[in-house]
Design a protein. Structure first.
Ligand code: HEM
Ligand SMILES: [Cu+2]
Ligand SMILES: [Cu+2]
Lengths: 541, 200
């Protein structure tokens, strides 16, 4: 991390991510206020849906993609001890993605792309929205190429050596993202852009939803893998212990990447265009992918226990108290795991093939993903940022105390926001509504929960701004002495001297994925070309 | 001359893979945890699969297409054929059209504790429909008929809500359904015209 050019590249990515995040948090708070109907002057579906569309895109696509790219460059240069391969190309990727974001933001903010971040046809947005989103994805593909090249070059120069775990996870993620983004890329390039430009008159929304489902599940693992990477490679060291098992970590990343892909139909359980056999197949795969998360939970907790005991913790639970709770990384992982336990439970409900009917598209769903994505995942993005920032800007963190307050408030705010959100879903509230106008007794029960959400959102908003403030203050500190810390990676209890090729590379897994995708998506996609289907013409919103 | 094959056979590869897999150091506690995890996953998958295969518990998945632009010309979803009917075999069938921003007909009466087949189509964009407190939920994708058979156990007045964003008026998209005690429910007269057999 001593190379100033690399630090600039990484910082640029991370700042785009975190500015997008802060703007979107402002929108989030506006949204909970508007929905509650508490301030009638705010009432406006057109503003609300423009806002939710922008909030969703900024959080799900901009924060994540830029963060993951910046994080990947950091991991690659620090673990492989190599400069970035083709730095100009990396900047091309950055600018492509950024121009894409700006291009998409214009129709989003002017209400010409209020199609939400899932943009389901036959409602169409302004073509600039799809083109901008495409550029963002193409920019991220550039990053994937750089990760793969650096990995391959290092392996050639160090044959027989195990690739450092953090890099292995990053390369798995790059491969996962190339596969993941293929579905939505085909949808956007062959259906939505021609449709929005009027080159084709009709498209099949069933096919579009199937292609989107290809992407929709694994994309969350693309977002999650940096968090899991931190669990394995940063947390044990920061807690003062060792990684429980290097090989199991690799296996977890492999199963995660391979089984995240062929299971997207759990987003289509309630859809008429796919048959039940295929849905059941994807449902089974969905439960299989719970395994790496269960293993990760075990490994992380075991690594923490080792650290707690090394620090003098005694008894069955005594080690928990002796963990360094004031280390930002350790505090984050504890809070992250707590949210993962509840979020994971909710996820099992969603994944349950038939029970899904009770919660599908209700407020339960945004409740669930705010908990597990904005909670479990994003709190680890914070932890990573706090850890890397002093090395990126060569100055000590502005205030560790404030950082701890920020992490706690994020956790508390997220609990207050998402608990009532889940309840609203069980009480039948649909997701994606700007006001409650249903003239029904049932809806009276919704009021107090909407009210609670405003408070959760306020705490989160304050926490988000505190986060950005701490990073900015650290970087802008004029008098700071140079901070020369280096990234420290956790050591496994049993060091690995050599590994079989399939634990050290991606080529086998790439082939396995190809086979699994052909099985699980081959016929379901091909069917649209054989059956008598009727296209839909474009609709505004 | 080469005597060894340059490429290991497929079988050797698989054998190597498993040998290497077994060589991975796995702590016995971790092994136990993985076993428990697999058992729990197996239990869930088992329940789901058995329910689906033997009790027919599946989400709505009838892959049936229809031209959403020409519903008014179709026999089945023409305006005067919508709503509740009892077919020749005595099954209660409901036909509904979702269009911005309502479900048509706007109000229907159905019997409690009776299997009901609901057939939903969209006349414009993507919609979803959910009757809160019940498992009557399906997406309504233009170009497809969404069919779902369910039973409403409890009589009462229920809202029928659109649960997929379908445009700026999405929150206004709803209608009502009255679930009536089985004994008090009367099949609509329309079904008599259709030749329904089991109405008084
Ligand atoms: C200040 C904190 C936040 C608040 C108050 C908030 C609130 C909301 C609200 C009210 C919605 C609309 C849901 C609906 O209409 O059903 C929403 C949507 C969304 N939020 Fe947040 N949010 C916050 C932070 C986040 C974070 C940190 C993330 C992820 C990193 C996130 C990701 C999303 C996504 C992807 C959507 C789109 C959902 C959709 O289109 O259905 N949010 N948020
Ligand atoms: Cu998913
Ligand atoms: Cu709707």
């Amino acid at each position: 991390m001593n190379d100033a050019a690399t630090r600039k590249l990484v910082l640029s990515h991370l700042w785009v991510a975190f500015i997008a995040f802060a703007v979107a948090c402002l929108q989030g708070e506006y949204q909970v206020l508007e929905r509650s109907g508490f301030i009638s002057a705010l009432d406006s579906p057109s503003v609300y849906f423009a806002s939710v569309s922008t909030h969703g895109v900024l959080m799900a696509f901009v924060l994540t993609t830029f963060f993951i790219m910046g994080f990947g460059y950091t991991i690659a240069t620090s673990t492989l001890k190599q400069p970035i391969w083709n730095k100009p190309l990396a900047w091309v990727g950055f600018w492509l993605a950024l121009v894409g974001v700006v291009l998409a933001a214009i129709p989003l903010l002017t209400g010409k792309a209020s199609v939400l971040y899932t943009f389901y046809p036959p409602i169409v947005a302004h073509a600039a929205f799809y083109i901008g989103a495409t550029l963002l994805v193409v920019g991220s593909w550039v990053w994937c190429v750089i990760m793969l090249v650096m990995f391959t070059q290092w392996k050639k120069a160090n044959s027989g050596q195990p690739v450092p775990l953090a890099m292995f996870a990053t390369v798995m993620n790059a491969m996962l993202w190339l596969w993941t983004s293929a579905g939505v890329a085909v949808e956007v390039l062959f259906q939505l852009i021609p449709f929005a430009l009027g080159w084709i008159d009709t498209i099949d929304p069933g096919l579009a939803r199937t292609l989107f489902a290809w992407t929709l599940h694994p994309i969350v693992y693309f977002w999650l893998i940096p968090a899991y990477t931190a669990f394995y490679v940063f947390v044990p060291k920061q807690a003062g212990g060792f990684l429980f098992s290097d090989e199991m970590a690799r296996l977890a990343f492999i199963v995660l990447a391979v089984f995240a892909l062929p299971i997207g139909f759990h987003h289509l359980y309630m859809d008429p265009e796919q048959a039940k056999g295929w849905k059941l197949l994807h449902a089974i795969g969905t439960f299989v992918v719970a395994l790496p998360t269960l293993v990760t939970g075990f490994t992380v907790i075991a690594s923490l226990e080792i650290a707690g005991r090394l620090r003098g913790g005694k008894g069955l639970f005594g080690w928990i108290g002796s963990l360094p709770w004031t280390n930002t990384m350790v505090l984050s992982v504890i809070l992250s795991l707590l949210m993962l336990i509840f979020g994971g439970f909710g996820g099992i409900v969603n994944a349950s093939y038939a029970m899904n009917a009770m919660v599908h598209n209700t407020a339960w769903v945004p409740g669930h993903f705010h908990l597990i994505f904005a909670g479990t995942t994003v709190i680890m993005y914070f932890a990573i940022a706090y850890y890397l920032w002093p090395m990126l800007v060569k100055k000590p963190l502005f205030s560790k105390q404030m950082a701890l307050v920020q992490l706690w408030t994020w956790f508390i705010g997220m609990s207050i926001l998402t608990t009532p959100w889940h309840v609203l879903g069980l009480l039948g509230q649909p997701r994606r509504i700007s006001t409650v106008v249903y003239n029904n007794l049932l809806t009276l029960a919704w009021k107090p929960y909407e009210f609670m959400m405003i408070f959760g959102g306020l705490i989160l908003l304050a926490s988000a701004f505190l986060f950005v403030y701490i990073l900015a203050k650290t970087q802008l500190n004029p008098t700071a002495e140079v901070c020369e810390a280096e990234i420290e990676y956790a050591e496994p209890i049993h060091a690995v001297a050599s590994l079989p090729e399939w634990l050290n590379g991606i080529s086998l897994w790439n082939k396995v994925i190809a086979v699994l995708m052909a099985i699980s998506f081959g016929y379901p996609i091909l069917q649209f070309f054989f059956m008598d289907s009727y296209g839909s013409s474009p609709w505004g919103f | 001359m080469q005597t060894e094959p340059t490429k290991p056979t497929y079988e050797q590869c698989v054998r190597n893979f498993f040998a290497q897999l077994q060589a991975i150091h796995v702590d016995h506690l971790e092994q136990r945890w993985i076993t428990i995890s697999l058992l729990v996953i197996g239990l869930f998958v088992g329940i789901m699969t058995l329910d689906a295969l033997f009790d027919g518990i599946n989400p709505p998945s009838k892959v049936e297409t229809i031209d959403s632009a020409k519903l008014h010309l179709s026999k089945e979803f023409a305006e005067d054929n919508l709503g509740v009917q009892v077919d020749d075999k005595g099954n209660v069938v409901v036909r509904m059209v979702a269009g911005r921003y309502s479900f048509f007909p706007k109000h229907i009466d159905v019997p409690a504790e009776t299997p009901i087949t609901l057939r939903w189509v969209s006349s414009d964009v993507l919609h979803g429909v959910h009757i809160p407190m019940t498992n009557m939920s399906t997406m309504i994708v233009p170009g497809y008929v969404a069919e779902i058979t369910t039973t409403f156990p409890k009589p009462g007045e229920y809202p029928v809500l659109c649960n997929e964003y379908c445009g700026l008026g999405h929150n206004h998209m709803w209608s009502n359904i009255s679930v009536i005690a089985k004994e008090d429910w009367k099949a609509p007269v329309k079904s008599a015209v259709k030749g329904g057999s089991n109405n008084e």
